[in-house]
Design a protein around this ligand. Structure first.
Ligand code: NAD
Length: 326
């Protein structure tokens, strides 16, 4: 069993490779080959532990991610969300790797967002508007930069100082890109080619009527039926509404469930799962003027695919710590 920590994961897997890996997971999902059982939740007195399993046959891999959400940890100086991933060989059942799961999740979620940007945004998209300067915000922007020539990123966050910190940190890594923290999106939203929402907000963070034609939106954060990050206007205006998993989004994403319940859209508005675009069964962007929207709640196939890639890279580079006795 190989143990792979956060820092090793960062150096082992580049974003562009992660994007290719999650694409393979999405293909198995959309061609009904993958198995993604419902996650199991155990509630303890202090928090919840979530078990999220998946099987991607084309990668010969099974994995389970265990995520704990213990809000009280923050007062003890500990993270409130922690995670670990166990990867198994689908041929023998042998446990292969134990991988740190928090940065891992941000990386695979970024990769899913990057895949959507690659398939759905205009090829000349260069300006990003990001809502939410948290963990997912970083990897969403990293992914955008790896698939498009981005020159400007506007960042807005509801916590004082968070967007400024984000811009300072990212400017150190990406010197050719202008990072600008903003307090009001109204003046620049019509200039944005890509809008990313990666917040914990339960109400829409921007007015969809202000989005210009040709924009691509990645909606990352709304994972509960009562949570809305993007409003009904932009969901309705989207010429192509693409999801990671139709089943998961219809069960969990308030961004889609709420306008469905209100009769503003129907299930027919969902144009495709992203895996169908990867295979070419459905087309990605076909016209510059289209508004495209990618709604993701996260699916275990992304975890399986990234875990298999991280394990492969670790073997090639002699990284990680081998534990015997398994
Ligand atoms: N789709 C997926 O696969 C996936 C994966 C991981 C996390 N998530 C979800 O993405 C969201 C963000 O996760 P994270 O790990 O980055 O969390 P985080 O707590 O690190 O960051 C969230 C940021 O959003 C900001 N925010 C909240 N409301 C806002 C608003 N109205 N406008 C602007 N900023 C606002 C917060 O201040 C915070 O800085 C969460 O809801 C999380 O559950 C989705």
């Amino acid at each position: 069993m190989l143990v792979i920590g956060r820092d090793e994961l960062r150096s082992l897997v580049h974003m562009d490779e992660a994007i290719d890996a999650v694409a393979k997971g999405f293909v198995d999902l959309s061609s009904a080959k993958a198995e993604v059982p419902l996650r199991t939740v155990i509630s303890t007195a202090k928090g919840d532990v979530l078990f999220m399993p998946g099987y991607v046959p084309s990668l010969g891999s099974v994995a389970v991610k265990v995520v704990s959400v213990f809000p009280g940890n923050l007062s003890k100086g500990m993270p409130s969300v922690m995670a670990a991933v166990v990867l198994l060989d689908a041929g023998s059942g042998q446990p292969l790797a134990l991988i740190e799961g928090t940065h891992f999740t941000a990386l695979r979620t970024g990769a899913a967002g990057g895949l959507a940007i690659k398939l759905l945004s205009r090829v000349d998209a260069s300006k990003v508007l990001l809502f939410g300067a948290g963990k997912q915000g970083y990897t969403q922007v990293e992914a955008a930069v790896s698939v498009r020539s981005i020159n400007t990123v506007w960042v807005m966050d509801s916590i004082e100082g968070a967007a400024e910190r984000f811009c300072k940190n990212m400017s150190e890594s990406y010197r050719d890109i202008e990072f600008v923290s903003i307090k009001d999106y109204n003046e620049i939203i019509a200039e944005a080619d890509i809008i990313i929402t990666a917040t914990t907000s339960t109400i829409p963070v921007f007015d969809g009527s202000k989005v210009k034609r040709g924009t691509h939106v990645n909606a990352i954060g709304a994972y509960r039926p009562d949570m809305q990050e993007v409003d009904e206007v932009i969901v309705k205006r989207a010429d192509k509404l693409v999801v990671d998993s139709k089943d998961a989004v219809l069960a969990e994403a308030g961004d889609i469930i709420i306008p469905l319940k209100r009769g503003i859209i129907s299930e027919g508005n969902i144009y495709a799962e992203i895996g169908e675009i990867v295979t070419g069964d459905k087309k990605g962007r076909t016209m510059d003027e289209e508004i495209t929207l990618f709604e993701t709640v996260g699916v275990a196939v992304e975890d399986v695919a990234l875990a298999a890639l991280a394990y492969q890279r670790a073997l090639e580079k002699g990284a990680g710590i081998q534990i015997s006795g398994f």
